[in-house]
Design a protein around this ligand. Structure first.
Ligand code: FO1
Length: 314
């Protein structure tokens, strides 16, 4: 199999983590780093929560709950049950063992460590060999303008179950936040970029909004995998969100959103009919099976994406 020498994968939570896991089977720690969105991060119960970092970390460590995709497998919920009995906030479910991650992260951040350092330590403790990079050590927060007012990301996503209609999004702090220096080093050393099948507006745009990162990524060999298959999101609110933003929920619209950034776009076979329209946007197209249901499908898609990237660079 031909593949690029170095790759950096940009990921949100569950969908991105699946492809990231597939990529780790194809590339070693010197060849692959994963950069995760941190605009979903928030302070909750006095703790610093980084959901996308944790979803990727638990997935790479083989510890993630396979049904939910987030949190730990075999989790217990006694703290949340006790919290509910006390009338405390229990809408954001933190499992008993997961709480240790948030406690330890919060302690280390409070002692002055950066989120990058904290993440590296947590990953090392859990046996994750590939570098997992927060998109920035500076705080960035996704805020949604909805028919119920402006909502912070987790209030919209978890507390309100994505029910409010979204009119606009903004990524507070992104313009002045510094992209993770390790990402810039990987790009300087010629890394190709894979945008995982994560929600473009909720998970990828906060990364692209960091300083001048979008133009840095446009100068690299960058490809994206559509999170929309057959007009529906594999998981989460991407399709509904697109409709609310006045866009048809299609893989083509995702490609159009990334216009000027991508050299290549990966479409599912069910959307093969959109391939020519995507090519007219100036991107090469790979049509394949993109729905990752098991370990084998994650590894196969990862290998095909790497081969596609290698072909673009040639
Ligand atoms: N998602 C939910 O839908 N409900 C929850 O109660 C919830 C708790 C939670 C706790 C820790 C964590 O790392 C993730 C958690 N998530 C939960 C997932 C998270 O809100 C989203 O997956 C991401 O922020 C979007 O990528």
């Amino acid at each position: 199999m031909s593949r690029p020498a170095r790759v950096i994968a940009l990921s949100g939570g569950v969908g991105g983590a699946k492809l990231a896991l597939g990529l780790t089977a194809c590339l070693g720690p010197d060849e692959l780093a994963i950069l995760a969105n941190t605009a979903d991060d928030f302070e909750h119960l006095g703790l610093s929560i980084s959901p996308d970092l944790d979803t990727v970390m638990y997935t790479l460590a083989g510890l993630a709950d396979p049904e939910r995709g987030w949190g730990l497998a075999g989790e217990s919920w006694q703290c949340m049950e006790a919290m509910a009995a006390l009338g405390g906030p229990d809408w954001f479910r933190l499992g008993d063992r997961d709480l240790a991650t948030h406690l330890q992260r919060s302690l280390m951040l409070r002692s002055g460590d950066t989120l990058s350092t904290v993440t590296a330590r947590l990953c090392a403790a859990l046996g994750v060999r590939h570098a997992l990079l927060p998109m920035s050590d500076d705080p960035v927060r996704t805020l949604l303008t909805t028919d119920r007012g402006e909502l912070a990301f987790q209030a919209y996503f978890v507390r309100e179950r994505c029910a409010p209609r979204v009119h606009a999004l903004r990524y507070e702090g992104a313009a002045s936040a510094r992209p993770n220096p390790a990402l810039l080093e990987w790009l300087d050393r010629g890394a190709a970029v894979v945008i995982c099948p994560s929600n473009p507006w909720l998970s990828v745009d906060p990364i692209l909004a960091l300083g001048d990162l979008r133009s840095r990524l446009a100068a690299a060999s960058t490809v994206a995998i559509s999170p929309i298959v057959g007009g529906r999101a594999i998981k989460g609110p991407a399709a509904a969100l697109m409709e609310q933003l006045g866009l048809a929920p299609s893989a083509f619209e995702v490609a159009r959103h990334y216009r000027g950034l991508l050299r290549g776009f990966v479409l599912d076979r069910v959307d093969a009919g959109q391939a020519d329209a995507v090519r007219e946007l100036g991107m090469a197209v790979l049509v394949t099976d993109t729905v990752m249901t098991d370990v084998a499908s994650k590894q196969r898609l990862a290998a095909e994406v790497l081969e596609f990237l290698a072909g673009l660079a040639a």
